[in-house]
Write a protein that binds this ligand. Structure first.
Ligand code: URA
Length: 214
């Protein structure tokens, strides 16, 4: 197993998260349960990913008196989904942060060159001022994630965090090498990566399980 810097990585080893991840991995979990679990896990990942958002002090009036209290300082954070499976993580994140902006990036792998080619990009304004939480359920080889991060930086993103349900040491190492400034939040790191780019033992194809395709 390749060594990686744990400071670059947060593994959410909370009991509830590990329990839900076990249910998610099971081949006999229904599509409906899979979607609910992904929503719940992404909400919990969002809680951790937003831990360091800046706050400002405002004066408010409670039913009894005025006080100084904290609120998030703008501009709002944004979630950027790597299509298509990343979309599965958006609902849970938006449950917790409904004020967030949302962007999408789509990449496909050219069968000849094996290079990641961008086919879609739509981003919120002022991404340079926002915390950008990039979401994709599976960090396998890390190649398409790295290409997506490079593209987002070209568009001005400076403060980026990558959130995934499952990762591999290879994927984490690749992101650390290509984007050492980007922190990774994951629910677990699995040891294997097979010849087809699937995480082992993993949970299968996240996009197909979310969208009931094959
Ligand atoms: N994408 C998936 O959906 N599953 C994997 O195991 C790897 C990449």
């Amino acid at each position: 197993m390749t060594a990686y810097n744990p400071a670059h990585l947060t593994v959410l080893d909370h009991p509830l998260i590990q329990h839900k991840l076990t249910l998610l991995r099971r081949a006999d979990t229904s599509t409906a349960s899979f979607r609910t679990l992904v929503r719940e896990l992404s909400l919990l990942m969002c809680y951790e990913a937003t831990r360091h958002l800046p706050l400002e002090t405002v004066e408010i009036t409670t039913p009894l008196e005025t006080m100084l209290s904290k609120q998030l300082a703008g501009p709002a954070l944004c979630f950027i989904s790597i299509l298509r499976a990343g979309n599965g993580l958006l609902d849970g994140m938006l449950d917790l942060a409904p004020f967030a902006a949302v962007g999408h990036i789509g990449l496909y792998r050219d069968p000849e060159t094996l290079e990641a080619v961008e086919y879609y990009l739509k981003l919120p304004a002022r991404i340079s001022d926002r915390l950008c939480i990039v979401v994709d359920p599976m960090l396998a080889t890390g190649h398409s994630a790295a290409v997506a991060l490079t593209r987002l930086k070209e568009e001005g993103a400076k403060n980026i965090l990558f959130a995934c349900l499952l990762s591999t040491p290879h994927g984490i190492e690749h992101l650390k090498k290509t984007h050492p400034d980007v922190s990774v939040i994951t629910c677990a790191t699995d040891p294997g990566l097979d010849d087809h780019g699937y995480i082992r033992p993993g949970l299968g194809d996240a996009g197909n399980r979310l969208f009931k395709t094959r």
